[in-house]
Design a protein around this ligand. Structure first.
Ligand code: GDP
Length: 330
């Protein structure tokens, strides 16, 4: 079975109804960790969590993040205290010294919990506490993720791309912002001047990931800049993709993006925001799954289908198209 690479929306959506073609127990996912942050001392890994919650049957599939029908008692109390004490709940990035002290994994992405700018449910918080507690006891992120997988009854192997810190930083005219600050707190509004992956030069994909990348790889519809960018910024990860068959499902129909900031981020980083621009970025890709309405002509094998991923039936259809594309390159 192929290994899927994931951000926080497109690949989990694709796998949601794909079990007949790609059985979860045999189909591993490698998730981006560039979006992770430490908030109030808790490590939050949004892309790993979406896949975990999806496979556990607990994901809120209205938003594609968080747990469905959650209480938010702690989150609400934090906001109540902030209001009474007279401070706001916008992101409070810790100062420069604090960014490189404390847990190594949290480097360059440490925020005070006083401003809880992400909406964190009570059960969701228990996941972050379990992860952080295990890491403080000596687990790697890979090991802590396996603990959560068992705790949530998930069959799928879900792997972080690295056990090293990589932080996605957006440079705006007003200064640098961590990706979550830019996207969640500021709605992706500030102009993007540059996107960097701090730490990527020193980070390595884990042995577990490199092992899985010897199988064929599927890049589900993902943000090429902020979900695949952190992976591709690690030389060993990119080298592994050069040496194995790779199928890409476009997150675009021509130049129309389905959702999220992929178009804006690609344009800001000098790439055409389209299927063609995605293909140019993924020069290692061997085949593509494009929407039937997508008129892009790529000089690589292409399978077309309706790539909308709203229902389990949609996922099953796109999964069959992925299987056909793998058949062309495997
Ligand atoms: P993030 O981690 O949530 O930012 O998101 P991802 O890296 O998973 O990227 C989501 C990408 O999936 C976006 O670029 C969307 O255009 C794309 N996407 C969202 N919904 C669909 C869909 O229904 N079909 C397809 N083909 N792409 C989608």
């Amino acid at each position: 079975m192929p290994t899927f690479l994931a951000g926080g929306t497109g690949t989990p959506k694709l796998l949601h109804g794909a079990a007949a073609t790609f059985p979860p127990a045999e189909t591993p996912v490698v998730a981006n960790t560039g979006d992770d942050i430490e908030l109030a001392g808790h490590l939050i890994c949004p892309d790993l969590d979406t896949q975990l919650f999806a496979d556990a049957g607990e994901l809120d599939t209205e938003t594609w993040w968080g747990i469905a029908e959650e209480t938010t008692t702690t989150h609400d109390a934090l906001h109540e205290f902030a209001e009474r004490a007279g401070f706001d709940t916008t992101p409070r990035y810790l100062d420069a010294d604090a960014q490189t002290s404390g847990r190594r994994l949290a480097r360059w992405r440490r925020f005070s919990g006083v401003g809880e700018f992400m909406h964190i449910g009570d059960r969701d918080r228990a996941v972050h506490l379990t992860r952080t507690g295990r890491i403080d006891e000596g687990d790697t992120l890979t090991e802590a993720t396996a603990v959560l997988r068992d705790a949530l009854g998930v069959e799928r192997t879900i792997l972080p791309m690295s056990d090293d810190p990589v932080a996605t930083i957006i440079r705006t005219p007003g200064g640098e912002q961590h990706f979550q600050e830019w996207w969640v707190a500021n709605g992706g509004e500030p102009t993007v001047e540059e996107v960097t992956f701090r730490g990527a030069g020193r980070a390595e994909p884990t042995p577990e990931v490199l092992d899985r990348l010897t199988d064929p790889v599927v890049i589900g519809p993902s943000n090429p800049v902020t979900s695949l960018g952190p992976m591709l910024a690690m030389d060993a990860f990119r080298d592994a993709l050069e040496s194995t068959p790779v199928v890409v499902v476009s997150p675009f129909v021509g130049s129309e993006v389905f959702s999220g900031p992929a178009g804006k981020l690609m344009a800001a980083t000098g790439h055409e925001p389209s299927t063609a621009g995605t293909a140019a970025l993924y020069d290692f890709a061997d085949a593509f799954v494009l929407d039937s309405e997508d008129e892009t002509n790529l000089a690589r094998p292409t399978v077309r289908t309706d790539t909308t991923l709203d229902t389990p039936e949609d996922s099953a259809r796109v999964a069959r198209a992925v299987e056909r594309a793998l058949g062309e390159v495997g």
